[in-house]
Design a protein around this ligand. Structure first.
Ligand code: ADP
Length: 197
């Protein structure tokens, strides 16, 4: 079938959409354990970008799993498919001219590599929220660590499923050392250096 799928060349291009919006489009990918602070920092980052009149969209684990990916489990295969679909959605949004912020545990290195391949290495900024697991578990924002420890949740990252840490993230944040405001400032300066925005 695939040989009969021939993409059309449309006249309004990514470049033209970006020019209209006055900024480049790319993806900021947050990875880290549950409760590490990804969504909290992503939310403040989106607010800061919005105030600078940058067009954004935030994709977050729970909202995507309630809709687009509501047929997927937390098995390694389904986690990979979850991340692949998110990357394809992010890729469309980049094409639409948006700065996309994605907040997903995304524990497997290979899945994150796949995201980079899909959106393109030049469009990808990796933020590793490296909060120690003891602190994530102490926070236990959603009560999930307690449930995982009690054996009620299988495949819970950090407890009974692995987390493969990025080796060279663009930004690394330990939220026991860095405040939310400082984390946002670090990310903004990294994207300013990369994209001159
Ligand atoms: P995740 O999205 O990684 O699962 P959340 O952002 O939902 O994590 O939860 C992180 C929790 O940690 C929140 O309750 C937040 O208020 C708290 N927290 C404390 N200090 C920080 C910090 N410096 N950065 C981010 N979150 C922090």
């Amino acid at each position: 079938m695939e040989k009969y799928i021939i993409p059309h060349n449309f006249s309004v291009t990514k470049k033209r959409r970006s020019a209209l919006k006055n900024h480049v489009a790319f993806l900021i990918w947050f990875t880290g354990l549950s409760g590490s602070g990804k969504s909290t920092i992503a939310n403040e980052l989106e607010k800061a970008l919005f105030e600078k009149e940058i067009h954004t969209y935030l994709l977050d684990g729970d909202n995507v799993r309630k809709g687009l990916n509501n047929n997927l489990s937390f098995s390694p295969e389904d986690r990979s498919e979850n991340i692949r679909r998110i990357a394809e959605v992010a890729n469309l949004m980049i094409d639409a001219g948006l700065v996309v912020i994605a907040s997903f545990v995304s524990p497997y290195k290979e899945d994150r590599e796949n995201v980079k391949r899909i959106v393109g290495y030049d469009n990808f900024v990796e933020v590793f929220v490296n909060t120690p697991i003891e602190e994530c578990e102490r926070r236990d924002v959603k009560g999930l660590y307690a449930k995982a420890r009690a054996g009620e949740i299988k495949n819970f990252t950090g407890i009974n499923a692995p987390y493969e840490a990025p080796t060279v993230p663009d930004v690394e944040i330990d939220t026991t050392m860095v405040s939310v405001e400082e984390a946002v400032a670090l990310i903004l300066s990294a994207i300013n250096r990369r994209f001159k925005m």
